[in-house]
Design a protein around this ligand. Structure first.
Ligand code: GEK
Length: 258
């Protein structure tokens, strides 16, 4: 059963108007102004986000192993951390949320404190490229890998695979791009329609796009699958897709006995 806090019960919802007026183009950063509006921004910008979060709880419940570690890498305000916390069926598991934005981590502490689960959460204000990983049964990268320099993605995934126990998983959600220009155009148009339907103006959509295009680098589904397998995972399952937003489950096989 999904036990996470419902969006309507969230402590605060400040409307995202960051790109509503004409502004000088500068790269998008996860600073205090973004952290302040983040729950509203991600819900109205990422198709499927409000479905993926409660499903992270379901997946965690299925794959968490007793006395193991669970990691939420790029935890922002802790929406996926809290989903994992509520899904964890073992009181002896340790749950870590990691983000290198101090503005996000400060607010995340507040959200974790308001939540009613007794399971402790350790928050680390660190780069996920450096954070220590071990004894992992469930790791989540929910729309975070897309912000990591593409050159560093393979080594990060190798470290996660290395730290993952047999039978453990990585939940990887990403904005993807398409090889076919025609498919790319359809999915981009549908994504922008989704944002318009959620109240974003054409100016907001185009200014956000300019600000984020050097920072969020999407890759194809085929590139993600090949790299996850090369990193040491044994199977990759796409469990969710809405337009150009996908969530995968990368699974480390159970060791077979002869
Ligand atoms: C959610 N998972 O609500 N090290 C640590 N954190 C990083 C790094 C890095 N190298 N790069 C980016 N981040 C969340 C949503 S948001 C996705 C994740 C989005 C952090 C960054 O500070 C931000 O908080 C998060 O990754 C990405 O389920 O905004 O589209």
């Amino acid at each position: 059963m999904v036990k996470s806090r419902k969006p309507s019960e969230a402590p605060e919802q400040v409307t995202d108007r960051l790109f509503a007026t004409e502004r000088r183009p500068e790269d998008f950063r996860f600073d205090a102004s973004v952290a302040r509006v983040f729950p509203d921004m991600i819900r109205r910008s990422v198709p499927g986000y409000t479905t993926i979060i409660p499903m992270i709880e379901v997946i965690t419940e299925q794959y968490a192993q007793p006395a193991s570690h669970c990691y939420d890498l790029g935890c922002s305000l802790g929406a996926s951390t809290l989903a994992m916390r509520h899904g964890l069926p073992h009181a002896d598991c340790r749950l870590f949320g990691v983000d290198n934005s101090s503005a996000m981590i400060e607010r995340c502490e507040h959200y974790i404190a308001l939540d009613d689960s007794p399971l402790p959460v350790t928050l680390r204000c660190e780069d996920i490229l450096d954070t220590e990983l071990s004894n992992a049964s469930v790791t989540t990268l929910n729309f975070t890998l897309q912000f990591v320099d593409p050159e560093n993605r393979a080594s990060l995934l190798e470290r996660i695979a290395e730290a993952t126990l047999p039978g453990g998983v990585l939940i990887l959600s990403e904005k993807i791009r398409f090889e076919s220009e025609a498919q790319q155009a359809i999915q981009t148009r549908l994504h922008h329609e989704f944002k318009r339907a959620n109240g974003y103006s054409d100016l907001e959509i185009s200014q956000k796009r300019t600000a984020i295009e050097q920072v969020l680098i999407p890759e194809t589904l085929a590139a993600h699958k090949a790299r996850l397998l090369a990193a040491g995972f044994n199977d990759v399952v796409v469990w969710y897709q809405c337009f150009n937003f996908v969530s995968m489950l990368a699974i480390k096989a159970n060791e077979t006995t002869e």
